[in-house]
Write a protein that binds this ligand. Structure first.
Ligand SMILES: N[C@@H](CCC(=O)N[C@@H](CS)C(=O)NCC(=O)O)C(=O)O
Length: 208
């Protein structure tokens, strides 16, 4: 791929990486994928830290630019490729508001998942994070009662980010069927081109 192509560095178990992988898949942006073996510490190699000073995935390299932080990457791709952003200034502001909310409040699902799946978290910590996750899911559910997608009438990167986090709610021992508007929205998202099961979308190895 030439330097105008998108190169994504990620890991299939990384929710931030999955957000970017899903956006690329749904918007059909051609890209190369580079698996970063987090379990073997590849993110700590000097060659990787030259891409991301925080030693984390995801990273994209595009047009001689290196971009880090999943939500910054989503906004960059939406703007560069005129894809999955709002149709009006008001919608684009809404997209960014919901992205920030996702990184703040909805992210408690990811924190609960990490405690349960990777860190053998103390029950009190898991309880607190699951409670905060439920509060966030209640907010999103109420919002989705008023429309098909999060910010406007078409899917955007706000939907991509929230969908990706919520797709991992089972790992946080949360049952999404408790939130009917979210369940219906998940089905609408699932039916869209390039969306679906993240296990099928995220590669487990590098590919050109
Ligand atoms: N805020 C960052 C979070 C990225 C992040 O936490 N990445 C994790 C994987 S999910 C990582 O690379 N961890 C490597 C490590 O901690 O050594 C984003 O949204 O991109």
């Amino acid at each position: 791929m030439n330097d105008k192509s998108v190169n994504l560095y990620g890991h299939y178990l990384s929710i931030p990486s999955c957000k970017v992988g899903l956006m690329l898949s749904m918007s059909g942006i051609p890209h190369a994928y580079h698996h970063v073996d987090l379990m073997k510490g590849a993110q700590k190699e000097p060659s990787f830290q030259a891409l991301n000073r925080f030693a984390q995935v995801p990273v994209i390299v595009h047009d001689n630019k290196t971009i880090i932080q999943s939500d910054v990457i989503l906004v960059y791709l939406a703007e560069q490729f005129s894809a999955m952003d709002g149709g009006t200034e008001e919608e684009r502001l809404g997209v960014r508001e919901w992205l920030c909310w996702q990184a703040d409040r909805l992210w408690n699902i990811t924190r609960a998942r990490s405690q349960i799946k990777f860190q053998n978290g103390a029950p009190a910590v898991v309880d607190q994070l699951q409670g905060a996750s439920r509060d966030a899911l209640g907010v999103l559910d109420a919002h989705l009662e008023g429309g098909d997608f999060i910010a406007g009438s078409a899917p955007t990167i706000a939907d991509v980010a929230c969908y990706t986090v919520i797709a991992h709610a089972g790992d946080a021992e949360l049952d999404i069927s408790e939130w009917p508007a979210i369940t219906d929205w998940q089905a609408r998202m699932n039916a869209l081109h390039g969306c679906g099961d993240l296990e099928d979308i995220m590669p487990r190895e590098s590919r050109a």
